[in-house]
Write a protein that binds this ligand. Structure first.
Ligand SMILES: C[S@@+](CC[C@H](N)C(=O)[O-])C[C@H]1O[C@@H](n2cnc3c(N)ncnc32)[C@H](O)[C@@H]1O
Length: 200
């Protein structure tokens, strides 16, 4: 594992278990936790192979697996990965650092049709590793595959930086929206959903 993520350095002890409990409670209450998965499902062919990068409690991977896709979820936080394995039996969940991601070394040599980086993951990576994270994620996606990234725009990672990191990672900007249900992007939008494609 490389540098500690902001998920560790910028949160209080016990935060991971609090987060697990919160998402379990929301699921039990019937909250809609699958908005990101619905968008990704619309972008890929049926039965796609999808990487959930920074999968947390596995809610996005679980929802995509329920739609018939093959999922690998990766997160640096072992507490969240343990919860993901317990709550979503379909996908394979691994503890790994996205900045050094090497899934063939974990027995996952096949490239992915798409990767989803949802829930502010890019704003929780270790400072200065954003470009490496995007590059390692992109390297696991097949040519003509997608990387879909969503994060709040007031969390220290401007979209202009994402765009520069995407170019460095060999990705092309295809779409940007203000929400996962595709409200139009505009300057000052509080959230950015960005669809990047690896050229064929
Ligand atoms: C707010 S959570 C979002 C979890 C999940 N994507 C979701 O939307 O439910 C942010 C996650 O990013 C993960 N993360 C941050 N940097 C990471 C890195 N370098 N490698 C793997 N996971 C990372 C954290 O461990 C945390 O689980």
């Amino acid at each position: 594992m490389g540098k500690p993520t902001r998920w560790v350095t910028d949160t209080k002890p016990g935060h991971s278990q609090w987060y697990v409990d919160r998402f379990r409670r929301l699921a039990a209450e019937g909250a809609d936790l699958a908005g990101e998965a619905r968008l990704v499902d619309a972008l890929v062919p049926p039965g796609a192979r999808i990487l959930d990068a920074g999968c947390g409690t596995g809610r996005v991977a679980g929802a995509l697996a329920a739609r018939g896709h093959t999922l690998v979820g990766v997160d640096a936080d072992p507490t969240l990965v343990e919860a993901a394995r317990a709550d979503h039996p379909g996908p394979r969940f691994l503890v790994a650092d996205l900045a050094e991601l090497d899934l063939p070394a974990h027995g996952e040599p096949e490239p992915f049709d798409a990767a989803v980086v949802a829930g502010n993951v890019m704003t929780f990576v270790a400072p200065g590793t954003e470009r490496a994270v995007l590059a390692r994620v992109a390297a696991h996606v097949r040519p003509d595959g997608l990387v879909v990234v969503g994060f709040g725009t007031d969390r220290g990672y401007p979209v202009a930086e994402l765009d520069a990191d995407a170019v460095a990672a060999g990705l092309r900007l295809e779409h940007r929206f203000a929400t996962w249900d595709l409200r139009p992007w505009h300057d000052g939008a509080e959230f950015a959903v960005t669809v990047l494609r690896r050229p064929a």
